[in-house]
Design a protein around this ligand. Structure first.
Ligand code: BDR
Ligand code: CA
Length: 310
């Protein structure tokens, strides 16, 4: 079994990623830690509960950090709706765990070193705090797959940055540097990979036609995002990024091309704070901390997305 801890900030694309993991036959979601990101923590925590209600799964939910490490908070409610799930207004009364998400991540990693894969779908705040609690964390996780960054600067927020890194660059810096110092790599599914693996209007119509309760749920929570990309971004293909990262976590063989380099986070740039700076030539002498996924089997991604809504 592929045993996952998911750190997430739903977001309809986080929801589809969680649904993919739930549907996957050789995967078990052991715990979900919650980040603030797309919207505030009270919304993202509720949204995880709503998703698990729809899936009928009893998985513990651990809310984590309410704010970014250093900077003031930025959200992405313009793209995901004020509640993060497309202004659907869905609510859950499922109880939350009282242990902080960062503490629980450290506890589980120490209880079973080398057994758990961490998938991060939001800003990396909870993981940075976990590293402060346990600097040896990189040695205790089997894999880390992160939806993070825009590896050649073709971002989605503030021009050259990707939202999850833009929302907490200091946390991303702490996490990437810690993995490099430990001689470990984060598997990076960046925004640019997501743009090469978008979901067309036709793909999404096929999901609606499945006519299941889960496909209806995803149609409901993604309607706002689909409108946003058409009316504001002027395209019909939606780039749901988190499902791409999840596909890599679920099936490492889906990766068709990747490169290993140092990935730094710009912290002080006037125009570029939060940009992921990849040392493509390995010229800096900094440790390799990122396995950057450049191509995946797109057809298999589509199959996983359909399975998730079946
Ligand atoms: C990432 O930012 C969020 O808005 C999405 O949920 C995804 O995790 C894409 O840049
Ligand atoms: Ca997300």
């Amino acid at each position: 079994m592929n045993r996952l801890i998911i750190d997430t900030d739903p977001g309809e694309d986080d929801a589809l990623a969680i649904m993919m993991a739930a549907a996957h036959p050789t995967t078990q979601i052991e715990a979900i830690t919650v980040a603030a990101g797309n919207v505030g923590l009270h919304h993202t925590s509720n949204n995880v509960a709503v998703i698990l209600d729809r899936l009928g799964l009893d998985i513990p939910i651990y809310p984590g950090c309410k704010n970014a490490l250093v900077q003031s908070t930025h959200d992405a409610s313009h793209a995901h709706g004020m509640d993060g799930l497309g202004n659907s207004g869905l609510k859950s009364d499922r109880p939350m765990q009282t242990t902080h998400g960062s503490v629980e991540l450290v506890r589980r990693a120490n209880a079973e070193p080398g057994e758990l894969t961490l998938v991060t779908l939001g800003p990396l705040t909870n993981i940075a705090v976990a590293l402060h609690l346990d600097p040896d964390l990189p040695h205790k996780l089997k894999r880390v797959v992160a939806m993070a960054g825009a590896v050649t600067g073709h971002g989605n927020t503030n021009v050259c940055t990707e939202f999850n890194v833009f929302a907490d660059p200091d946390a991303a810096h702490v996490v990437f540097e810690a993995w490099g110092s430990a001689g470990k790599m984060i598997e990076v599914a960046d925004w640019e990979l997501a743009t090469r693996n978008g979901f067309t209007k036709q793909d999404r119509a096929g999901w609606v036609a499945l006519n299941t309760s889960l496909s209806a749920f995803f149609a409901e929570i993604s309607a706002h995002s689909n409108r946003f990309i058409e009316e504001v971004r002027g395209r019909t293909t939606n780039y749901f990024a988190d499902p791409v990262a999840m596909a890599i976590a679920l099936e490492p063989d889906i990766v068709q091309q990747k490169e290993q380099h140092h990935c730094g986070i710009e912290l002080s740039g006037g125009l570029s704070r939060g940009q992921t700076i990849v040392d493509w030539l390995d010229a800096s002498g900094r440790p390799t901390n990122a396995e950057i996924v450049l191509e995946i089997d797109h057809d298999r991604l589509l199959e996983l997305a359909i399975m998730a809504q079946g």
